[in-house]
Design a protein around this ligand. Structure first.
Ligand code: DON
Length: 319
């Protein structure tokens, strides 16, 4: 059958709305709205219009059926872009080369820590800032080409052209001391030759790309489906790349909360400080949530709650 679309999004109206799932998501949204959220919205997220009461949840099956609630708000993808940059680097250079430069080990540290192995000088994994900055540097010879490549991959995974939130990009760059420091450390350690400011500039642009929760669900479904976008049929990543992205998401996607996440939710996921979380159930579907209040790890509080509920209600935990 032809791919279906979601009535909650701007995509064309669904011919076969999955009413049971929609009802489930509406109830979930309602439950989350009244859930106590002691998290905080970062100041940066206010620039793109983040508000306390925003909640979105979306599912996209690997045959392209989207069901979503609250997908009208667009927010910066932030660290979720790291997973897609990693897949792009693997397809450009091969898995062996990429893992020879950036390791695949969880850090147990916060996302912007200086997670560089003291002996090998490798960043610990591609989903913390230092590893993502190093991975970004692999995407092409110039800043322009690297950024173009990342934007193309994000667009292809979402199945539409995504915009950058200029103010977010600008303000993040003005306050990028920590990321610049990480980039200079990579250079000082002999791990990176590229210009630190250029690489951080491109990395930051990727973080500032605006997505809806329905876009994120399609992006997650692209990973769940072995790299092929379920709506457009475009092969965004090879199977090898999408498997590796999901493997590293499982162990490193939720930063210093990755252990709790695997125990409580049990599927590969990636969060962003914009308030989004994606998770992928291989060969079945992608799920995404949006709620801008974050916990101390930089993960969405209500998003985490939503995933705990969804995982339990649909028995998604892999164990
Ligand atoms: O580089 C940064 O710090 C941000 N642009 C992205 C961090 C992020 O999303 C961490 N996620 N939870």
């Amino acid at each position: 059958p032809a791919p279906r679309s979601d009535p909650d999004s701007d995509r064309e109206a669904s011919t076969y709305p999955d009413t049971a799932l929609r009802t489930y998501l509406e109830r979930l949204e309602e439950a989350l709205s009244s859930a106590e959220s002691e998290g905080e919205i970062p100041e940066l997220a206010l620039l793109s219009g983040a508000k306390e009461d925003q909640i979105g949840v979306a599912l996209c099956s690997i045959d392209g059926e989207i069901t979503s609630v609250g997908s009208e708000h667009a927010f910066p993808v932030q660290s979720i872009s790291k997973a897609f940059a990693y897949g792009a680097a693997i397809d450009l250079h091969g898995l062996d080369y990429v893992t020879s430069i950036v390791d695949e080990e969880p850090t147990g540290e916060e996302f912007n820590a200086l997670s560089l192995d003291p002996v090998t000088k490798k960043p610990k994994n591609p989903l913390v800032n230092i590893g993502a900055i190093r991975t970004h540097a692999m995407l092409g010879p110039t800043q322009q080409e690297r950024t173009k490549r990342l934007r193309e991959v994000l667009d292809a995974a979402a199945g539409r052209t995504l915009e950058v939130h200029e103010e977010t990009r600008k303000v993040e760059l003005e306050t990028a001391d920590r990321n610049l420091a990480l980039a200079y450390m990579l250079r000082a350690a002999g791990s990176m030759d590229e210009n630190a400011q250029d690489v951080v500039g491109g990395y930051t642009e990727g973080c500032s790309v605006l997505v809806s929760v329905a876009d994120l669900a399609v992006m997650a479904a692209t990973l769940a489906g072995g790299g092929t976008n379920p709506i457009t049929g475009v092969e965004v990543f090879s199977r090898v790349a999408s498997r590796q992205v999901l493997s590293v998401m499982l162990t490193c996607g939720m930063y210093d909360n990755a252990g709790d996440w695997v125990s409580d939710v049990g599927i590969p996921a990636k969060s962003g400080v914009g308030g989004g979380i994606i998770a992928a159930l291989p060969s079945r579907f992608g799920i995404a949530t949006y709620a801008p209040q974050l916990d101390q790890h930089g993960n969405s509080v209500r998003g985490t709650l939503a995933f705990e509920r969804i995982s339990e209600d649909f028995a998604l935990h892999m164990l």
